[in-house]
Design a protein around this ligand. Structure first.
Ligand SMILES: NC(=O)c1ccc[n+]([C@@H]2O[C@H](COP(=O)([O-])OP(=O)(O)OC[C@H]3O[C@@H](n4cnc5c(N)ncnc54)[C@H](OP(=O)(O)O)[C@@H]3O)[C@@H](O)[C@H]2O)c1
Length: 259
């Protein structure tokens, strides 16, 4: 039986991934901070799909989070076949008005932990000659996003890291894919204090289940990058056809209407 580790599995896209991998009969390791939510999801997965589940409550915005997570799995003797590096959050507003501590936690989670987890799990995958990692980026991985500067920069890191490592891993049997969704109907906007605004209008959002399905298919077909939805894909192509400064200005004015 194959085992998938999903970070940020307590909600949104991570939760959708948990259900998807359960349907494919994987053993599911669910990691995030909220133990109660994880237990509820694990129970549902066991009841609906008769899969084996393991919960690891962990704060990945702390620098020792990835080591604790990896260490617990090592102690249990569990090898990870698929890592879904999904935990993350965003923030909106002018950088100089942001809460410094919260921004640094975001960078720790979206950047440091994501890369740290890759570095912890990749060696075993490479020596086994098989394994897959799916890193969750964003459409903002492709362009600078004023009013969400640290977040968009963190997601640019995810894309750049994935492309580089994917190239390094050629011929090893290990796959790395960046899933770069646009606006998706999850807790993301509430966490980023954007609830009730235009951006979280359910009609404009993709469902987390659709996003997870597209990510899963891309990973299984060994794609390096996937952007769910044609409109989102078009958005990511803008910097190829327009001057970067122009794209940055447009991005800001779009976001300003939503803040
Ligand atoms: N929704 C969108 O529009 C959108 C668009 C592009 C990219 N994304 C990306 O998609 C990924 C998933 O987000 P989502 O949309 O599904 O949002 P979500 O519903 O808010 O889920 C975020 C997940 O991350 C976990 N998490 C947050 N802080 C954590 C921490 N310190 N340690 C461990 N886990 C933590 C949360 O669990 P706990 O609270 O239990 O810790 C939750 O399970 C993120 O990387 C996000 O940047 C989202």
């Amino acid at each position: 039986m194959k085992t998938v580790l999903i970070t940020g599995a307590s909600s949104g896209i991570g939760k959708a991934f948990a259900e998807l991998f359960a349907k494919k009969n994987y053993r599911i390791v669910l990691a995030s901070r909220n133990e109660e939510k994880l237990s509820g999801i694990a129970r549902q997965l066991r009841d609906n799909y008769a899969v084996s589940t393991i919960l690891i409550p962990v704060d990945l915005a702390q620098s020792d989070g990835p080591i604790l997570l990896h260490g617990q799995l090592m102690e249990m003797g569990i090898a990870i076949d698929v890592l879904v590096n999904n935990a993350g959050f965003g923030s909106f507003g002018l950088l100089h008005e942001q809460d410094v501590r919260s921004e640094l936690e975001m960078l720790q989670l979206n950047v440091h932990s994501l890369s740290h987890l890759m570095m912890l799990f990749l060696p075993a995958m490479v020596s086994r000659g098989s394994g897959s990692i799916l890193n969750v980026g964003s459409t903002t991985s492709f362009y600078a996003c004023p009013l969400s500067a640290n977040y968009s920069a963190s997601k640019a890191f995810v894309l750049s890291l994935t492309e580089a490592v994917s190239n390094e891993l050629q011929g090893t049997g290990v796959i790395v894919t960046a899933l770069c969704p646009g606006a998706t109907g999850t807790e993301f906007f509430r966490s980023a204090k954007m609830d009730g605004q235009k951006v979280s209008d359910p009609k404009t959002l993709m469902s987390p289940e659709t996003v997870a399905e597209i990510g899963y298919k891309a990973l299984m077909s060994k794609k390096t990058i996937v952007v769910p939805g044609f409109q989102n894909w078009l958005l990511t192509q803008a910097p190829r056809f327009f001057p970067r400064r122009f794209v940055t200005r447009i991005t800001r004015s779009v976001l300003e209407q939503k803040l």
